[in-house]
Write a protein that binds this ligand. Structure first.
Ligand SMILES: *Cc1c(COP(=O)(O)O)cnc(C)c1O
Length: 461
């Protein structure tokens, strides 16, 4: 007799811990008021010989969750750009962990493969990107950049007769990389991973909102010949600003360059009839990187890589091995579109969330978060010591106090200690700023009001 796989009491215990955690999110302290030492004191000791009962282990971890994690899945968490998790997404993710599938190949998990295939169709439809594109579900936007830029590297070098997959970069024609001064650090990291080196990139100047300046892009491109990749951005991590894609796409086309887009969160403006004017022209790019775990509110981890030329996508990322050929080609094998070989079925929560929300639900999510960001700016600006540094076009707000770096940093740190909400700081155009990102489906107007009150209260001290 084999032993039963389901340890029901243990699973139910975990379920109880999970629901308690979720229930506490709206009222608990927003930060993680625990020190590393406190956690080490209770969690660290030499690994035992005998091991421990599963329930005891679970309890030992779970008891520290309320203080040892930030309430980043909660409604008053505005730090970095971090989404929450829809119940439908989390529930689907629980099943993904339970099934323990490796959906690299269709044969291993037809269900996960088909969910991902349909999620691909829905994403292209919702974001109104070329329907012939292929989609890979990566760990995050970092690896979505790696994926899109690997396809770009393949595409621009193939056009000049160089096979980078076989022959590598030694001796290859050099590739011009053109990115914005405000490019996210993960673009630099992807360039490193791809063997280009971050310093190789030409950095195009931006305007006062952080948008790439087309006149400056034109000036850079005029000096460059040969294979070229341009990387533009939908949603800057500070201001939320969106690059002018129509002009950038014209310039890239004139120059025969591959256009890649960092749309970690801002690409979702495409899903909203109210905001899609911001990203006009973005569909003319060749590859796009975005996240599921930010604005779509699926659990970590989930990035989405989209490539118009799906043959380039497969050639750059796919693998071939004798024991794999039985399926390759006949069905869509998800591993051909991502850097990983084995991975979790992270497209399933995306499928579940899109199906649950529908078109209107996604548009409503984008509209609500963006209008909450504007409300934040409006409430904070009532205090005459407060400056709002950016045009609030999407879900990001940059705030400065007393026009002073130290004061601004002090307010951020006091807000973190107060615990009503959590947010962080940044440097924007040489000045310290508080950075607010509204990316959680569960945030309501009253959460914004309470948080703005708390910020102004601690700022007045
Ligand atoms: C968050 C972010 C990234 C990186 O995304 P990960 O999912 O954390 O890898 C890239 N670009 C922008 C604009 C971002 O906001």
């Amino acid at each position: 007799m084999s032993q039963p796989i389901a340890d029901r009491p243990l699973m139910q215990r975990a379920f109880g811990h999970a629901l308690d955690y979720l229930d506490a999110l709206p009222t608990r302290f927003a930060g993680a008021p625990v020190t590393r030492k406190e956690l080490r004191d209770v969690l660290a000791f030499p690994l035992t010989e005998q091991g421990e009962d599963g329930a005891a282990v679970l309890d030992a971890i779970a008891v520290h969750a309320a203080r040892g994690t930030q309430a980043s899945a909660g409604p008053r968490y505005f730090g970095f750009v971090i989404g929450g998790t829809y119940p439908a997404a989390l529930a689907a993710d629980w099943l993904v962990s339970t099934w323990d599938q490796n959906p690299g190949l269709f044969v291993i998990s037809p269900l996960v493969s088909v969910c991902e295939e349909v999620a691909q169709e829905w994403i292209l439809d919702l974001l109104d990107l070329p329907r012939e594109s292929s989609v890979g579900f990566t760990t995050g936007c970092q690896m979505a950049h790696f994926t899109g830029l690997a396809a770009a590297r393949h595409g621009v070098l193939r056009r000049v007769g160089w096979n980078v997959e076989e022959d590598g970069l030694y001796g290859a024609p050099s590739v011009n990389l053109v990115i914005s001064e405000e490019a996210h650090i993960t673009v630099d990291v992807a360039l490193r991973y791809l063997g280009f080196g971050a310093r190789a990139a030409h950095r195009v100047a931006v305007d006062d909102q952080g948008r790439m300046r087309p006149d400056e892009l034109r000036r850079h491109l005029a000096t460059l010949t040969g294979p070229t990749i341009v990387c533009a951005q939908a949603g800057g991590v500070n201001s939320g600003a969106v690059d002018p894609f129509e002009e950038i796409a014209d310039l890239a086309a004139e120059h025969g360059a591959w256009l890649h887009v960092d749309g970690a969160f801002g690409l979702w403006a495409q899903a909203s009839p109210k905001y899609r004017h911001l990203t006009k022209g973005v569909e003319r790019a060749d590859s796009w990187a975005t996240d599921g775990h930010k604005w779509l509110n699926v659990p970590y981890d989930c990035g989405i890589a989209i490539v118009r030329d799906s043959a380039a996508h497969r050639t750059a990322l796919g693998s071939r091995a004798a024991y794999l050929v039985q399926t390759a080609g006949a069905e869509r094998d998800p591993f051909e579109y991502v850097p990983e070989f084995s991975r979790r079925g992270r497209g399933v929560p995306v499928y579940a969330t899109l199906r649950h929300l529908g078109r209107n639900g996604v548009a409503d999510l984008i509209d609500r978060c963006s209008s909450h960001a504007r409300l934040f700016a409006k409430l904070l600006a009532k205090d005459d010591r407060v400056q709002i540094l950016n045009e609030v076009v999407l879900n990001q707000v940059l705030v400065r106090f007393g026009n002073d770096d130290d004061q601004t940093r002090a307010v951020i740190s006091r807000v973190q200690q107060d615990g009503t909400c959590w947010l962080g700081g940044t440097t924007w155009r040489g000045q310290a700023a508080m950075r607010i990102s509204v990316s959680n489906w569960a945030t309501g107007e009253e959460d914004v009001e309470r948080s703005a009150e708390a910020i102004l209260r601690v700022a007045a001290k």
